[in-house]
Design a protein around this ligand. Structure first.
Ligand SMILES: [Zn+2]
Length: 90
């Protein structure tokens, strides 16, 4: 009855930072196509970190590693944003 479920918490960080980027950068297109392009471009350059989707467990790991992963995520996210801005596919 307990289904195994996994969450890539790198993806959670990328989503969070992309949300912040939308707020900061008004030139950034928020359409679905650009959102998906930025997410996939960024995630393809980062190693996934999967954790079982127990909420408490995720939050613990997330908080512990967030700072270390944050810089790495930002580098790839900003590269993806620049690439999508240069040649949007929408
Ligand atoms: Zn767009």
């Amino acid at each position: 009855m307990d289904q195994a479920k996994y969450v890539n918490y790198i993806e959670k960080i990328v989503r969070e930072e992309l949300d912040n980027s939308y707020k900061r950068d008004k030139d950034l297109c928020t359409c679905d196509r650009c959102f998906q392009d930025i997410m996939t471009l960024t995630l393809n350059h980062l190693p996934p970190k999967y954790v079982a989707s127990n909420i408490g467990h995720i939050m613990t790991m997330y908080n512990l590693t967030k700072d270390q992963l944050h810089a790495q995520v930002m580098v790839e996210l900003l590269k993806a944003i620049e690439q999508v801005k240069r040649s949007p596919r929408h």
